[in-house]
Design a protein around this ligand. Structure first.
Ligand code: BES
Ligand code: MN
Ligand code: ZN
Length: 507
C-alpha cells in the first residue's frame, strides 16, 4: 500500500506550516477548547466563511478555506460532526475517514482530535480524548486504502496519493498511542482482507491464497496448509468435488492463535474461499461474472481477523479455517446428478454445480467441529444471490442455532457499523433439500427462500455446536462506499468479529 499515510500523535500543534489543518465542530459550529485556541487568529475569517457558505456543522458537511490568513496552514478544513449527544466510538472512526477524504491528493496534514464535550446525557467526556484520537486514526487508515497495484499509468487527475504524514493533535498522546496500537492491528487485518478480495483470480488461486496466509506467522499464528493428499485422506469429498474441474489444486488452511488460557476450547471462524466461481457446468451468465473473483471474501475475512487478533495479542484461543477451491467447467468437472460423500459421511446429490459454497463449507465446518471442539463456530460466505435480494448491501444475513451468539453478533454489528440481520432457520425449510437419491441435495429446487435453504444445508454439518452463518454476498464485495471504505472489497466482518471476541471471549 504505497498510499498508506504515516500517522503520528502530538499534544501541541506543530510550529511550522502544515499543509492542511483539519478541525471538527458540532452542529452549533462550536469547537473544542484546543481547536478553538488554534483557530483564534482566523476566527473572524472563519465566521464570515461559515456564514457565506451557510455551513452549520451538521454531520457529513464540511467547510474549506484556502490560505487562511493567520494560520500556519495552506488550507483549513472544518468538518461538521453534528449533534454531540449520542456520539459513538464509530462516529469518531467515521470522522477520521471524512478528514482523510477532504485532503488534497498529496501533502501533509494536521488533524485536531477535539470537539466540545457532550455534556450530560451523551458522549464519554474529555478524558476519552486519547481513545478518540486513536479512533480517528483508524478511520484515516481505512479511508486511505486504495487497490492500485495493477495500474501502470494514470490520467493526470488520477495521481496516487503520496505517502503523507498525518499528525493527530490530542491532549492525551500516550493514551492515544496505546489505544492506536490495538486499532492499527484491527485496521491492518481489514486492509489485508481487502487486498485478498481485490486481487484478480489469475493471481489468487487456491495455492497462492494459501501461500499468502503464511504471512500470519510473523504475528505469531501457527499456519497449517492441508494439500490434496490430506484432504482426500480426511474424506472431504464435497469440497474436492467442487475443485475437480479446475487446473488448480484445492487447499484448506488452518490458522491458530493461542493467546488465551492453555487448554481452553477455541472460538472458531470458517470462511468460504472460492477463488473464482464460474458456476461450473451449471455455468453463470457472462455479464458480471468478473465479480466472482470475490467469492473468497469469507475466507479473506477469516485471514484478516486472525491477523488482527494476533497483532493485538488478543487474550483468546482462536482457530480460523478456510476452504480454498476454484469452481470451473471442464471435462473433469462435477456434473448435476453426481452424488458425493462429505467428510461427515452424509451423501449429497448435486443438482446445481453453482451451489458450490455450501459443499465447501459443509466439509470445513465438520472438520473444525471434530478436530477443535470449539466454543462456537462462525462462518462467513458470499453464499447466495438471494441474500442480496433480501438485504441489499447494507446488512449481512445472520442464520444461527444460538440466540446468545445471535444477540452478541447483532450488538457487535451495531457497534462497528458492520450490521447483521437475523433470518430464520426451520425444519419447515429443511425438507426442501431432502433428496430422492442421497441424504440431501445441494439446492432447494426453487429460487424462493434461497438464502435460507443454503443455511439449512450448512446446519446439517454443525451438530449441536453453537453456530452462526453470515451470508456476506451483499457486503463482502462490490461493497457499499462510505466514509471509511472506497474499495470494491470492504474487508467486511473483520471489525465485527474482532469486537465479538473482545467483548465476550477474552480472559
Ligand atoms: N457465489 C455465489 C453467490 C453470489 C452471488 C455471491 C452474487 C455474490 C454475489 C454462489 O456460489 C451461487 O452461485 N449461488 C447461487 C445458488 C443457486 C444456484 C442455488 C445463487 O445465489 O444463484
Ligand atoms: Mn456459485
Ligand atoms: Zn459461489
Amino acid at each position: 500500500m504505497a498510499n498508506a499515510p504515516k500517522i503520528a500523535f502530538t499534544s501541541v500543534a506543530p510550529g511550522k506550516a502544515t499543509g492542511t489543518l483539519v478541525v471538527f465542530c458540532d452542529d452549533g459550529v462550536k469547537f473544542g477548547a484546543s481547536a478553538e485556541q488554534m483557530l483564534r487568529p482566523a476566527a473572524g475569517l472563519l465566521a464570515r466563511a461559515a456564514k457565506a457558505e451557510r455551513f452549520n456543522g451538521k454531520a457529513g458537511t464540511a467547510l474549506e478555506l484556502l490560505v487562511p490568513d493567520g494560520l500556519k496552514a495552506d488550507r483549513l478544513v472544518v468538518i461538521g460532526a453534528g449533534k454531540a449527544a449520542g456520539r459513538t466510538q464509530q462516529d469518531w472512526v467515521k470522522l477520521g475517514g471524512a478528514a482523510l477524504g477532504k485532503l488534497p491528493k498529496t501533502g501533509d496534514a494536521v488533524v485536531v482530535a477535539d470537539l466540545p464535550p457532550a455534556g450530560k446525557g451523551g458522549g464519554k467526556g474529555e478524558d476519552m480524548s486519547g481513545a478518540q484520537a486513536a479512533d480517528l486514526a483508524q478511520g484515516v487508515m481505512l479511508r486511505a486504502y486504495a487497490f492500485d497495484r495493477y495500474k501502470t499509468r494514470r490520467k493526470p487527475d488520477e495521481e496516487p496519493a503520496g505517502a503523507r504524514n498525518v499528525t493527530i493533535v490530542t491532549a492525551d498522546v500516550s493514551g492515544a498511542r496505546k489505544a492506536f496500537a490495538e486499532r492499527e492491528a484491527i485496521a491492518g487485518g481489514v486492509l489485508m482482507a481487502r487486498d485478498l478480495v481485490n486481487e484478480p483470480p489469475n493471481v489468487l488461486y487456491p495455492e497462492e491464497f494459501a501461500r499468502r496466509t503464511l504471512a500470519l506467522k510473523k504475528a505469531g499464528c501457527a499456519v497449517e496448509i492441508l494439500n490434496m493428499a490430506a484432504l482426500k485422506k480426511l474424506g472431504m469429498g464435497a469440497l474436492l468435488g467442487v475443485g475437480q474441474g479446475s487446473a488448480h489444486e484445492s487447499r484448506v488452511v488452518v490458522m491458530r492463535w493461542n493467546g488465551g488460557k492453555k487448554g481452553e476450547a477455541p472460538v472458531a471462524f470458517i470462511g468460504k474461499g472460492v477463488c473464482f466461481d464460474t458456476g461450473g457446468i451449471s455455468i453463470k451468465p457472462a455479464a458480471g461474472m468478473e465479480d466472482m473473483k470475490g467469492d473468497m471474501a469469507g475466507a479473506a475475512c477469516v485471514v484478516g481477523l486472525m491477523q488482527a487478533l494476533a497483532a493485538r495479542k488478543a487474550k483468546v484461543n482462536a482457530v480460523g479455517v478456510i476452504g480454498l477451491v476454484e469452481n470451473m467447467p471442464d471435462g473433469n468437472a462435477q456434473r448435476p446428478g453426481d452424488i458425493v460423500k462429505s467428510m461427515s459421511g452424509q451423501t449429497i446429490e448435486i443438482i446445481n454445480t453453482d451451489a458450490e459454497g455450501r459443499l465447501v463449507l459443509g466439509d470445513v465446518l465438520w472438520y473444525t467441529k471434530e478436530k477443535y471442539k470449539p466454543k462456537f463456530m462462525v462462518n462467513l460466505a458470499t453464499l447466495t444471490g438471494a441474500i442480496v435480494v433480501a438485504l441489499g448491501h447494507e446488512y449481512a444475513g445472520l442464520f444461527s442455532n444460538s440466540d446468545e451468539l445471535s444477540e452478541r453478533l447483532t450488538k457487535s454489528g451495531e457497534a462497528t457499523g458492520e450490521t447483521v440481520w437475523r433470518m430464520p432457520l426451520s425444519p419447515a425449510y429443511d425438507k426442501m433439500i431432502d433428496s430422492r437419491f442421497a441424504d440431501m441435495k445441494n439446492t432447494g429446487g426453487s429460487r424462493y427462500g434461497g438464502a435460507i435453504t443454503a443455511a439449512q444445508f450448512l446446519q446439517r454439518f454443525v451438530d449441536k455446536t453453537p453456530w452462526a452463518h453470515l451470508d456476506i454476498a451483499g457486503t463482502g464485495m462490490d461493497s457499499r462506499q462510505n466514509e471509511i471504505n472506497k474499495s470494491w472489497a470492504s474487508g467486511w466482518g473483520v471489525r465485527l468479529l474482532d469486537r465479538l471476541v473482545a467483548d465476550h471471549y477474552e480472559s
